[in-house]
Write a protein that binds this ligand. Structure first.
Ligand SMILES: [Zn+2]
Ligand SMILES: [Zn+2]
Length: 797
C-alpha cells in the first residue's frame, strides 16, 4: 500500500468492526461499565462532546485490552426546552395542541439522533448500539416514573405552593442550578415614604415592585433609623401602611440604609416573608406582566412597568433621586440565549425532599475515586450548601409526565399504580377519588425536569428492576465520565437518586473533562467566529487526528482547539504507517530473540519497555496525555529518527545475529507500539495490523489483542545516558555534513570521540560507523573541536 489515507481507511475499519460485532458487550466476569453522558438531542455533537466520547472510547478500548468485558452504552437525552422552542418556531404548531406538538417534537428528535449516531461512528466510538437508550422511550419514562413512585413511598415527593425561580421568557420554573448572577447596569431609586411625624427614604432597583411592598427594613445598629423601628410607613401608590422593622441582613452602607421588602423581589424577600410571616402580594404574572395588584399598571410588561412607575413616583414627589449602579442580577444563565432576570413566583410545583440526605451524598462521593481528585470538593460544597428542596416539575410539554394526581379539595397527592406506567395523568383514568375527603383527583400537565430523566442512567444501563442477574453484575457502574460544569447537577442528582433507590452509590470512579475553548483561547462561540465543528477535522484529517487532539487534554482542565496539534497528529500517524511499511520489508516471520545484541538494540528495547511502563501507569489514572506524549516521542524521535538509521546498514547488508537482532527489535517496537497506540488511534493501528502484523497473529483485529507488558529484564537504566550520547554524536555529525554541504549518506574518513568515560559509546562503535557512514571510529582522551554534551568529537572528511 502507498501512503496512509485516513479518509479512505477509517470508513473501512468502522464498517469492519460493526460487521464483526467487535464491541458487543458480553456479560461475564471482570466487567467494566461506563455511565456515559447522554447528550441533549440537538442534532449535532460539538467539540466538547468529542472530548467526552473519545475519552470514554479510550477507556473502553484500553480496558478491553486489559481483559475486561466492557459495557459502553450511548444514550440520548431527548427532552428539553430547546427542542420545544425549535419545533414551535419551525413547525408553527401551537403548544396548546399538546398531542400534535409532542408528535412534532418526536419527529425532530428522531432525525437529530440519526445525525448524532453517524457522528459517534465517525469518531471510531466503540459503543454497543444494542445497549443504547433514549430518555423519550416508553421503557425509559416508565423507569423514571417508577423511581418517583418509590420516592413518594419514602415520603420524599410533595406538591406545594412555593416561591419558585421563574423565567417569564421561557415560561417555566427553574432549578437553582440553572440560574446564576449576571452583572447589569441599572438604576438605584431613592423613594420617600411618609411616616407619622416624618419620612423614611428607601433605596431599590425595582420601583415597580412597590405594589407588593410588605414592609421596610433597616439595620438594628443604624442610629439614623432607631426611632422609626416599630412605626408604620405609608406605601405610595398602593396607599397601604406597612411596618418598619430591623434586621441584620440590611447593609447600612447600601443606598440609604433602608430597603423595602416585596413579595417577592429577590431571594432575601423570600427569606423575610418566611421568617416574619409577611403577607404575600403578587405584583407580577407568569407571563412577565404586572398583575391586578399594580392598579393602573396592570398588564404592563415588566421592562416598561419599571419606567412608567418611576415616572409616576417622580410626578408625585416620591422619587428623591435615581443613581446609576452596576449590580448582580439573578438570571437564567443555563440558557445563554435567554439570560432573562429571574422572578420569584409562588406556584404549585412538585418537589423532592433532599436536605436530610446531604451527608449521605457527601459520604458516597467521598468513597469514589475522582479524576482529577481536586474537583470532588465542588460536589461536597454544593451538597453542604444546599438549602432548597429539588423542584422537579417543569411547565412544558415534551417530557416525562409527573406520575401523580392531586385532590382538588384537600391537595392530597395520589400516585399512579405501577402497572399504569408510563402514565400521563392528564389523560389517564385516576384511581378513584381522594381517600381523605372523597374530592376529585386532578392530573398534572407538568413534566419532569430533564435532570430527573438523566440522573437514573446508571439504573437504566444496569437494567434495574428488569434483569436481576444483569443488575447484580453491572451495578454499581465502574466509571462515570462527564464535564466538570455539570457536577452540581448530573453527578449530584445521580448519586442522590441511585443511592436512595438501591442503597449503593451508582459508580466507583468519576472522570471529569473541562470545557473546549476556541483556538484563540476564548470560549467557543458563534459571535467570536471561533467555532470549529468536528466535521471540519473529520473531513480533512480524519478521526485519529481529532482523537489525538482530544486525548492531549488535561483532566478537568479547559482546553483549546488546536489546528497545530491536529497537523502534528496527522503527521505522526503517517510516520507510523511509513515506519511499519519500511520495517516489514525485512520481517518475514516472527523473529527469535538473538543472544547477542548491539548497544543500539539494547537501548531501543530499554526505551520501549520504559515507555510501556510509563504509559500504563498514566493510563491507570486516565492521564491520557501523559501516556501519548512519551509514546509519540519514543516512536518518532528515538525509533524513526535514530534507531532506523542505525540499523539500515545491517538490514540491507548484514547477516547472522547482527541482522537478526535488528529485525527482532523492529518487530518488537512495531508490534508493541501498535498495541500501545491502538486505543488512541484505532483506525491506523488496525490498518497496520491488517496489512503487516495479522499474518503472525491469531486475532482478527488489533482491538482484540492484549495490552503489552514490559519485559523488566530488558530495562537497563544506564541505557538512557548511552542513548542520549549516541543521539548527540549522530546529530553533531549530521550537522557537520550539512555545513560542509555533504549529502547525509556521503562517506566520511574518520570520527574521533574524546573523553574518558565513554565506555558504552566505545561499545557502540559499529552503530556509529554504520549510521554515519564513517570508515573508522577512534576513541581518545583529550578534547576535540566539536562539543557534544559534556564531551567532544572530531570529524575527518
Ligand atoms: Zn429563560
Ligand atoms: Zn382530598
Amino acid at each position: 500500500m502507498p501512503d496512509y489515507e485516513p479518509l479512505q481507511e477509517e470508513h473501512k475499519w468502522q464498517d469492519y468492526w460493526a460487521g464483526e460485532k467487535l464491541f458487543a458487550f458480553k456479560p461475564g466476569k471482570k466487567i467494566f461499565s461506563i455511565d456515559s453522558p447522554p447528550p441533549f438531542t440537538s442534532g449535532t455533537l460539538h467539540m466538547g462532546h468529542v472530548i467526552g466520547a473519545v475519552w470514554m472510547d479510550f477507556a473502553a478500548r484500553y480496558k478491553r485490552m486489559r481483559g475486561f468485558n466492557v459495557l459502553l452504552p450511548q444514550g440520548f437525552d431527548c427532552h428539553g426546552l430547546p427542542t420545544e422552542l425549535r419545533v414551535e418556531k419551525e413547525s408553527k404548531i401551537p403548544r396548546s395542541d399538546r398531542e400534535k406538538f409532542r408528535a412534532a417534537c418526536e419527529e425532530w428528535t428522531t432525525q437529530a439522533i440519526a445525525k448524532m449516531r453517524v457522528q459517534y461512528d465517525r469518531l471510531g466510538y466503540s459503543t454497543d448500539w444494542a445497549h443504547s437508550y433514549e430518555t423519550r422511550s416508553p421503557e425509559y419514562k416508565k423507569l423514571v416514573q417508577l423511581s418517583l413512585l418509590k420516592f413518594f413511598e419514602m415520603g420524599r415527593v410533595y406538591r406545594e405552593k412555593h416561591p419558585v425561580l421563574w423565567c417569564w421568557k421561557c415560561a417555566t420554573a427553574l432549578a437553582k442550578s440553572e440560574v446564576g448572577h449576571v452583572e447589569k447596569h441599572s438604576k438605584l431609586y431613592h423613594l420617600k415614604f411618609a411616616v407619622e411625624g416624618g419620612s423614611i427614604t428607601i433605596a431599590t432597583t425595582r420601583p415597580e415592585m412597590i405594589f407588593a411592598c410588605a414592609g421596610i427594613f433597616v439595620h438594628p445598629g443604624d442610629s439614623r433609623y432607631k426611632k422609626l423601628v416599630g412605626k408604620k410607613a405609608r406605601v405610595p401608590l398602593a396607599e397601604r401602611d406597612v411596618p418598619i422593622m430591623a434586621d441584620e441582613k440590611v447593609d447600612p452602607a447600601f443606598g440609604t440604609g433602608a430597603v423595602y421588602v416585596c413579595t417577592f423581589g429577590d431571594e432575601t424577600d423570600v427569606k423575610w416573608q418566611r421568617e416574619r410571616s409577611l403577607p404575600v402580594v403578587i405584583a407580577i404574572e407568569e407571563n412577565g406582566r404586572m398583575s391586578k395588584a399594580a392598579g393602573k399598571f396592570a398588564g404592563a410588561k415588566l421592562e416598561d412597568a419599571r419606567k412608567l412607575v418611576a415616572e409616576e413616583l417622580q410626578a408625585k414627589g416620591v422619587l428623591v433621586k435615581a443613581e446609576d449602579i452596576v449590580h448582580n442580577v439573578l438570571s437564567h444563565t443555563e440558557r445563554p440565549s435567554c439570560l432573562a432576570p429571574i422572578e420569584f413566583l409562588p406556584q404549585f410545583q412538585w418537589f423532592i425532599k433532599l436536605r436530610d440526605v446531604m451527608r449521605d451524598v457527601v459520604r458516597d462521593a467521598g468513597g469514589m475515586k475522582w479524576f482529577p481528585a481536586g474537583l470532588k470538593i465542588r460536589l461536597v460544597d454544593w451538597a453542604e450548601g444546599l438549602d432548597w428542596d429539588w423542584i422537579i416539575s417543569r411547565q412544558r410539554i415534551y417530557g416525562t409526565p409527573i406520575p401523580f394526581w392531586h385532590c382538588e379539595k384537600c391537595g392530597a397527592v395520589v400516585p399512579a399504580k405501577p402497572e399504569q406506567l408510563p402514565v400521563d395523568t392528564t389523560t389517564a383514568k385516576p384511581p378513584g377519588a381522594c381517600l381523605k375527603c372523597k374530592g376529585r383527583l386532578v392530573g398534572t400537565s407538568d413534566v419532569c425536569d430533564c435532570w430527573v430523566d438523566s440522573s437514573v442512567t446508571p439504573l437504566v444501563i444496569s437494567k434495574w428492576l428488569g434483569d436481576k442477574k444483569f443488575f447484580a453484575a453491572v451495578y454499581p457502574n465502574t466509571l462515570r465520565q462527564q464535564g466538570y460544569e455539570i457536577i452540581r447537577t448530573w453527578a449530584f442528582y445521580t448519586i442522590l437518586r441511585c443511592s436512595l433507590l438501591t442503597g449503593k452509590p451508582p459508580f466507583k470512579e468519576v472522570l471529569l473533562n473541562g470545557l473546549v475553548a476556541g483556538e484563540d483561547g476564548r470560549k467557543m462561540s458563534k459571535s467570536y467566529g471561533n467555532v470549529v465543528a468536528p466535521e471540519a477535522v473529520l473531513d480533512k484529517e480524519g478521526a485519529d487526528s481529532l482523537r489525538q487532539w482530544a486525548l492531549m487534554a488535561g483532566l478537568g482542565e479547559d482546553y483549546p482547539y488546536s489546528s497545530k496539534e491536529i497537523v502534528y497528529s496527522s503527521k505522526f500517524q503517517k510516520k507510523y504507517w511509513n515506519a511499519a511499511r519500511f520495517a516489514f520489508q525485512f520481517v518475514k516471520e516472527i523473529p527469535k530473540k538473538p543472544k547477542k545484541m548491539r548497544i543500539a538494540d539494547k537501548w531501543v528495547l530499554h526505551r520501549l519497555n520504559s515507555v510501556i511502563n510509563e504509559a500504563t501507569a498514566a493510563l491507570e489514572k486516565y492521564e491520557f496525555a501523559h501516556a501519548l506524549t512519551p509514546i509519540r516521542v519514543f516512536f518518532w524521535h528515538d525509533f524513526c529518527d535514530n534507531y532506523l538509521e542505525m540499523v539500515k546498514e545491517r538490514l540491507y547488508k548484514g547477516s547472522g545475529d547482527e541482522a537478526a537482532a535488528a529485525r527482532y527489535c523492529l518487530w518488537r517496537v512495531l508490534r508493541d507500539c501498535s498495541l500501545l497506540l491502538a486505543p488512541f488511534v484505532p483506525h491506523v493501528t488496525e490498518a497496520v495490523y491488517q496489512e503487516f502484523l495479522k499474518k503472525f497473529q491469531k486475532e482478527k483485529s488489533v482491538h482484540l489483542m492484549a495490552w503489552p507488558g514490559a519485559d523488566e529484564l530488558e530495562i537497563d537504566k544506564s541505557m538512557d545516558a548511552v542513548g542520549e550520547k549516541l543521539k548527540a554524536v549522530i546529530a553533531a555529525v549530521r550537522k557537520f555534513k550539512t555545513e560542509s554541504q555533504m549529502a547525509q549518506n556521503a562517506e566520511l574518513a574518520g570520527l574521533t570521540v574524546y573523553g574518558a568515560d565513554n565506555k558504552e559509546i566505545r561499545d557502540a562503535e559499529a552503530d556509529l560507523r554504520e549510521t554515519l557512514k564513517v570508515r573508522s571510529v577512534d576513541f581518545k582522551a583529550g578534547t576535540g573541536k566539536i562539543a557534544v554534551l559534556d564531551f567532544s568529537v572530531d570529524v575527518v572528511k
